[in-house]
Design a protein around this ligand. Sequence first.
Ligand code: ATP
Ligand code: MG
Length: 266
Amino acid sequence: NSVGVDAGGTLIKIAYRNDQQELSFEKFPVSEIAMAAAWIQEHFAGAEICVTGGKAKQLHDLLNRPIRTLVEFDATCNGVQYLMDMQKLSDEPFVLTNVGTGTSIHFVDKQKHHRLGGIGVGGGTLMGLSFLLTGIQNYAEIVEVSRQGNRKFIDLKVSDIYEGMVPPIPGDLTASNFGNVLQHQTTRQNSDILASVIGLVGETITTISVQAATQNGASSIVYIGSSFIGNDVLRDTVVNYTVLRGAVPTVLRNGEYSGAIGALMS
Ligand code: ATP
Ligand code: MG
């Protein structure tokens, strides 16, 4: 009986096996880390606890019993391998992009993995920019409102610049995120702004992921992280933009629990 925890910058993810031995999950916001610790104490009194992520020490201090800690990237990549095996996805080498609070990019081959880099644009950017521009700070509300949004008066496509000409690169590529704002000075809908914020985040992480894949001879990109939870606008942006850029995208089911699963299996 054991439990795996990924205590990230925004959310604490927990993986364990239930009485039927099925893989099960739980999550808590980091602002409720004390509640997460209490939940673990209550449900896993005698169990081994394996923790990964940047808030591992903070959680350990609250748990007040021995824990095992694991390097976040090892846990995440192992959890991803497990999920991909379970979901019978191809085991060709791929680029793994973890869109958490920030974004981390890895190269994953059958037996090995290494971190390629990362960027500060991620789920935290989505939350922060959305709040600054619209005053909305509830994640579910941001996602819901963005669904009705239209990016065309905020963002500039290549085809907008190459008006009436055949552009040298696909016209549907974004030439400039938020680059159309000054040309269209009208009152703006929150929905349009939020759609463009998600577009900016999605296209930025896609662009560096595709470049990382190209540079490392991989054609497939696997996306994980809680930023995709219930967020079909981000999901669609990333999937469509990855295809437009010539790579093969997968948004891994339960991928946000990869770190916790890797910790559990370790
Ligand atoms: P990191 O790995 O960078 O330390 P993390 O592991 O906490 O951070 P994730 O849990 O993968 O990051 O993703 C956090 C992001 O998921 C948030 O920034 C937000 O965009 C999104 N998100 C999804 N559900 C929620 C929620 N209920 N509350 C807040 N953010 C959420
Ligand atoms: Mg994380």
